[in-house]
Design a protein around this ligand. Structure first.
Ligand SMILES: [Zn+2]
Length: 568
């Protein structure tokens, strides 16, 4: 029986009028305080992040998620203190994808050059590699040479390898596994898995999880005597790769607790595999901290789960022993000011123009004027991408997954260009008769879907809409509703076609010539489509409007069309 010391004033969860001190990033707003239920602590407690994608500044335009990485550091320091006084073990884990989605990570020559060292200031206990660490050779190399070594045994890559051109060897990015004992006695065996990702740079190798679990090292690791298995993986908790690992452990240990912390789909999720194995995904973009606590490891296992909105009210409510206790730590403040300084140095806060309204990626059909894709296809592609020197009209096609986030009314900054459209995809074109051009988009949307990155799942439309609540996550998982820490009204989620295009030129006859332009990224799909639509001709592709990419088409548009606005 473990000694239980209750702090009389811990877990004060009643609403209290509070004055928000100056913290987070300059100019951010904070949500009206809500009544939050105390977190349930168990013998082993885990805080998890995933798919942070460079959002270490927090969401400067969304108060629900306005805490930055410095606030997160202060929160963790108080939570670790709580764990110590409660004599409970506390783990902090991350499931990968640190770049592609925010200027702090992407505005440097190598993604993560500045954001990784800031990320490293958090004392994580276990980390996994994400697919976004592996698309580019130089990014993968930076992770292998500079990022992974900083974590030692805590960077877990059970099935992910780096081809080291210096040594000519293929070696794990980090550690295959890590066995450790926590302060209050919990003995943990930890692994890190990536889903069966096939799109990595040529200096990376992913071994299928179902192969890894048969290997001698993995089977041997299962013979160690531990209390709990921890799987930190860049894999959705319901995907077969996660189930494969759980089953492999279960085959040897019929009743040992297994805790899986996944990611990749950018959703909040929690699943029970068999009543003694559980998986949790903590959303995306530093909007969510996942919390899982487990009790009575060894006998009857009970777990609780919670998805925390990342704002300072959440952090203070759950971490402070007393509401009047000072929240900011020296370390937290230092991280916040480092983030501020680096954002400024990278020019991310520079205002390029003023968005006249909100534009949403997935809240409305893409034909709606409030849809971001509607703005992209009808205004941005024609303005920024169309090559006006060409003699023919054009139709320009992009994959909707190239656009990653909403644009909010008001200042549009350099940072927003990375947030909305982080990828540097360029365009190619070929000239075809109108009768061919008008059918390419439809054919593409019928072709097998080619994703660069995670499914832009956004926020699932579940639960009742209650207009007295602010819009946000309403999550249904294996325990039903109730996992979300803050009460919200559900945000609608409307799926979009995989490919969208600028309007077809009007008034043309079938034989008139049209430039069809698209992203180089999916040229392999367009080639066969043109062959099918027009078997008699052999089309070759050329660069379209050299220098224009999915990343810079935004600032070109904003500076051209939104810069004189007085709406900011
Ligand atoms: Zn991701």
């Amino acid at each position: 029986m473990r000694l239980l010391i209750l702090l009389p004033l811990l877990a004060v969860a009643t609403a209290h009028v509070e004055h928000f001190e100056k913290r987070s990033q300059p100019g951010v707003s904070h949500p009206d305080p809500a009544n939050l239920r105390p977190l349930e602590w168990g013998e082993l407690n885990v805080i998890s992040t995933t798919d942070t994608h460079g959002w270490l500044a927090g969401h400067v335009k969304e108060n629900s998620y306005s805490a930055d990485f410095g606030d997160f550091a202060s929160f963790l320091s108080h939570m670790r203190e709580q764990a110590y006084y409660r004599r409970k073990d506390l783990l902090v884990v991350d499931s990968g994808d640190l770049h592609d989605g925010n200027g702090l990570a992407d505005a440097t020559p190598v993604n993560g050059q500045i954001s990784n060292p800031i990320f490293q200031k958090i004392n994580y206990d276990a980390l996994a590699i994400g697919n976004h660490e592996m698309y580019e050779n130089d990014v993968a190399e930076n992770v292998f040479r500079n990022f992974a070594p900083k974590w030692g045994k805590k960077y877990l890559t059970s099935n992910v390898f780096f081809k080291d051109s210096h040594s000519n060897k293929t070696v794990p990015f980090g550690n295959l596994y890590n066995k450790f004992r926590m302060r209050f006695g919990t003995r943990v065996m930890s692994y890190g898995f990536l889903y069966n990702f096939k799109g990595g740079a040529n200096n990376t190798v992913v071994e299928p999880a179902n192969v890894t679990v048969t290997l001698p090292w993995f089977q041997k690791s299962l013979k160690e005597d531990v209390d709990v298995y921890l799987v930190v993986g860049h894999v959705p908790v319901r995907w077969s790769e996660a189930q494969t690992v759980v089953k492999a452990i279960r085959a040897v240990h019929p009743s040992k607790p297994i805790l899986v912390f996944g990611g990749h789909l950018h959703i909040r999720d929690f699943t029970s595999y068999d009543g003694r194995a559980y998986g949790l995904s903590a959303g995306r973009f530093m909007e969510t901290l996942g919390w899982m606590s487990s009790n009575c490891i060894g006998k009857n296992l009970t777990v609780s789960r919670r998805y925390l909105d990342t704002n300072v009210h959440t952090y203070k409510t759950h971490s402070l022993a007393h509401p009047r206790q000072r929240f900011d730590t020296w370390r937290g403040r230092k991280i916040s000011s480092e983030v501020t300084k680096q954002r400024k140095a990278l020019g991310l806060t520079k205002v390029l123009g003023c968005a006249p309204q909100d534009y949403y990626l997935n809240r409305y059909p893409y034909t709606d004027s409030r849809s971001l894709l509607n703005l992209v296809v009808n205004d941005i592609l024609p303005f920024s991408v169309t090559d006006k020197k060409r003699p023919y009209p054009s139709v320009i096609i992009i994959n909707s997954g190239s656009q990653r986030f909403d644009v909010f009314k008001g200042e549009f900054t350099v940072d927003d260009t990375y947030i909305v459209s982080p990828f540097y995809n360029d365009f190619v074109y070929t000239t075809v008769p109108y009768k061919v051009a008008k059918n390419v988009l439809n054919a593409l949307n019928k072709a097998p879907f080619q994703k660069r990155a995670d499914d832009p799942f956004g926020i699932p439309a579940l639960g009742d809409n209650n207009s007295t609540l602010t819009p946000g996550y309403v999550t249904k998982d294996d325990y039903g509703y109730g996992g979300d820490d803050w009460p919200h009204s559900a945000i609608p989620y409307v799926p979009t076609p995989n490919y969208v295009s600028s309007p077809l030129p009007s008034g043309l006859a079938d034989g008139d010539l049209v430039d069809v332009a698209w992203l180089t990224y999916f040229s392999n799909l367009v080639g066969p489509i043109l062959k099918t639509l027009d078997p008699a001709n052999n089309y070759t592709f050329q660069t379209y409007n050299a220098g224009i990419t999915t990343n810079n088409m935004w600032p070109i548009f904003v500076q051209g069309k939104w810069s004189n606005s007085t709406t900011c």
